[in-house]
Design a protein around this ligand. Structure first.
Ligand code: PRT
Ligand code: ZN
Length: 304
């Protein structure tokens, strides 16, 4: 049933993002940095793209893979955990893959982890054999257990997985963890990460055959530009020819610098795009290695 809507030609692109939740603000900020602006509908479910023919649909994150599968939306920003879970569910039912991850977006990071009661002396996955594991992610858990060749009972819950062991519903859990505070508050400890997740841009497996194909390429190019310069700074400084090598050794996260000779050739002026954090400590180290007149500039936009 998935191909009917996507077969309809459209000249506007529709991106689904979470209406409210952990991913909604960073997703909007990323799209705005890629040059999108919108007019929001009164019911706050639809945003009409003003600067580009790219509209937003504001939905629950769990609905995003299905909206792409049904061709209602063309792209979506969703946690990898949700995308993999629904891909696994389709595969279990023998349905073909219709959506896939196009880009990792660097926010919404978390892990899908196995956690056991604090008192357990964790020896390894074999210890889960015959145990009940509560989760809202049965497909990823099942796939992992299969690889581990461990047979356990999966108890599927819709929420509050972390209290299942205390309620006697399960022996262990498999849930999302970021700081670990929720587990600790429930006398559980994470012992294994089975999936590393973050927000991703999801899209259909089949490329579009209409104007949307170009819009997708445009969005990907702009997002790549935004992601590439996130945390990046342009570093300007001067150094004697003799000192350049030791200064650059302190900048392993820099692109090859642009250099030009000043002062008759003994001094070089350099500019380098650095991808890591530029702390005062780093600047002081660079100065000790021979860099002079250090200047750190923010990078607004970049087009490779
Ligand atoms: O209403 P809607 O269905 O859209 O939202 P939702 O409540 O399902 O999703 P939301 O906003 O909670 O999460 C959206 C996405 O954020 C998830 O699918 C993940 O990809 C990502 N994400 C990142 C997280 C977390 N970190 C996270 N910590 N999602 C959930 N949690 C929960 C986790 O389930 C556990 O209950 O936070 C708790 C653990 O947090 P810590 O910091 O105590 O370890
Ligand atoms: Zn959800």
């Amino acid at each position: 049933m998935s191909t009917v809507a996507s077969a309809v030609e459209r000249d506007r692109l529709r991106i689904a993002i979470q209406k409210s939740g952990r991913l909604s603000e960073p997703a909007r900020a990323l799209l705005a940095s890629a040059g999108l602006s919108w007019q929001e509908s009164r019911d706050r479910l639809f945003c009409f793209g003003v600067s580009l023919p790219v509209d937003l649909l504001l939905v629950r994150d769990d609905d995003i893979p299905g909206l792409i599968a049904d061709g209602v939306c063309d792209l979506g920003i969703v946690g990898r955990n949700v995308l993999l879970e629904q891909a696994g569910e389709r595969a279990e039912r023998g349905q073909p893959a219709v959506f896939r991850e196009l880009r990792a977006l660097g926010f919404g990071g978390c892990r899908l982890s196995i956690a056991v009661p604090d008192g357990w002396d964790w020896q390894g996955p074999a210890q889960l054999a015959g145990k009940r594991i509560a989760t809202t992610y049965p497909n990823q858990l099942r796939a992992w257990l299969r690889v581990q060749q461990v047979e356990a009972d999966i108890v599927v819950l819709n929420g509050s997985v972390e209290i299942a062991p205390r309620l006697g519903q399960a022996d262990a859990i498999c849930d999302l963890v970021s700081s670990g505070a929720t587990l600790a508050a429930n006398q559980l400890k994470p012992v294994l990460d089975i999936v590393r997740s973050e927000a991703v841009l999801a899209g259909p497996v089949q490329p579009f055959g209409d104007a949307r194909a170009e819009l997708v390429d445009l969005m990907l190019r702009r997002m790549d530009g935004v992601l590439r310069i996130r945390d990046s700074k342009l570093l300007l400084f001067q150094a004697s020819r003799a000192a350049v090598e030791s200064v650059m050794r302190l900048l392993p996260d820099a692109e090859p610098p642009t250099m030009c000779a000043v002062d008759g050739g003994e001094t070089l002026a350099l500019q380098a795009l650095c991808h890591g954090a530029m702390t005062w400590q780093r600047l002081e180290d660079l100065k000790r290695a021979g860099a002079r007149g250090l200047m750190v500039l923010p990078v607004e936009q970049m087009l490779a």
